[in-house]
Design a protein around this ligand. Structure first.
Ligand code: PBG
Ligand code: ZN
Length: 327
């Protein structure tokens, strides 16, 4: 008798929803937000159609709009008015992110506020910490930059951030921030570690969005080589051992194998669908080459299937609307 195992029995339209293994909900999504200290009105980001930078005074409105759509977590990036080699505006209590966190928390106290802890938007050279003479010429100084990261994380916690997300890829940054937070009594502030952040071309549009392009070199001496799976897993394990509460894999779509491996560590896993992943879909959809909604939903369900509990995505607000329509 052929065939005995008829897989198509499971694919009739009314049975399919019953058998679906993975689903996507609004609770899975985190919306990145760019706050620009120099703006008085939202400013569109040309490389990311549909995304804008917001002024400090408009950020609470945007957070409230997301909240009402059912997006209950945001990830903040700041663009300061001035930059210097030490990135000192990054830990200013009156800095752009610090003000934004307070404004958001005042308006929507229950929204989960996550802050990106890094220096590249605040340094004049655009690198993720302090630069100096290192083994192979001018480079990011690891241990000297840790103190800067501690100060940034503390200032975010003091402003009311629920979760800090160190993205610099410095060695020891998770442990360093954990003890700084604990020493100051912020034992409840969580750490979402950008634990496997690859040195990816997909961050291109973000550098326009966050004005974080670098003036020399690249980030390959601190971000992971896309060819290295074992190294990525080890990075995540080290971040877990240093006290990370959530592990992040970034970018998401090209790195699903890494995602599924990192998920075996046992900590909650976040995936960051980065600017380039967003812009690729937008560009193709804009030309009528791909159906945007179907492509986006497929990309997100694949990221969840690979093992992510939560997804940072610039599509968060749109997806919330689409999920409402499906009910
Ligand atoms: C900064 C940072 C970057 C992104 C998040 N935090 C850029 C980079 O490392 O160059 C990329 C996010 C995106 O592309 O959406 N450390
Ligand atoms: Zn950085």
């Amino acid at each position: 008798m052929f065939p005995e195992r008829r897989m198509r029995r499971a694919r009739s339209r009314n049975i399919q929803p019953l058998l679906r293994e993975i689903s996507l909900t609004k609770h899975d999504l985190i919306a990145p937000l760019f706050v620009d200290e120099s703006l008085t009105a939202p400013h569109p980001i040309s490389a990311m159609p549909g995304q804008s930078r917001f002024p400090v005074n408009g950020i609470a409105d945007e957070a409230e709009r997301l909240w009402r759509r059912g997006i209950h977590a945001v990830l903040l990036f700041g663009i300061p008015k001035t930059k210097d080699p030490e990135g000192s505006c990054a830990f200013d209590p009156e800095g752009v992110v610090q003000q934004a966190v307070r404004k958001i928390k005042e308006r929507v106290p229950e929204i989960v506020v996550i802050t990106d802890v890094c220096a590249c938007e605040y340094t004049s050279h655009g690198h993720c910490g302090i630069i100096g003479e290192a083994r192979c010429g001018t480079d990011l100084l690891n241990d000297r930059s840790l103190e800067l990261m501690n100060k940034i994380a503390l200032s975010h916690a003091e402003s009311g951030a629920d979760i800090v997300a160190p993205s610099s890829m410095l060695d020891g940054v998770v442990g360093s921030i954990r003890s700084a937070l604990d020493r100051s009594g912020f034992v409840e502030v969580m750490i979402m570690a950008y634990s496997t952040k690859f040195c990816s071309a997909l961050y291109g549009p973000f550098r326009e969005a966050a004005d974080s392009g670098f003036s020399f070199g690249d980030r390959s001496t601190y971000q992971i080589d896309p060819a290295n799976r074992r190294e990525a897993f080890l990075e995540s394990r080290l971040d877990m051992d240093e006290g990370a509460d959530i592990l992040m894999v970034k970018p998401a779509g090209f790195y699903l194998d890494i995602l599924s491996e990192v998920a075996t560590l046992g900590l909650p896993v976040a995936a960051y669908q980065v600017s380039g992943e967003y812009s690729m879909i937008k560009a193709a959809a804009g030309r009528g080459w791909l159906k945007e909604r179907a492509t986006v939903l497929e990309s997100l369900i694949s990221i969840k299937r690979a093992g992510a509990e939560m997804i940072i995505t610039y599509f968060a607000s749109d997806v919330a609307g689409w999920l409402d329509e499906e009910l």
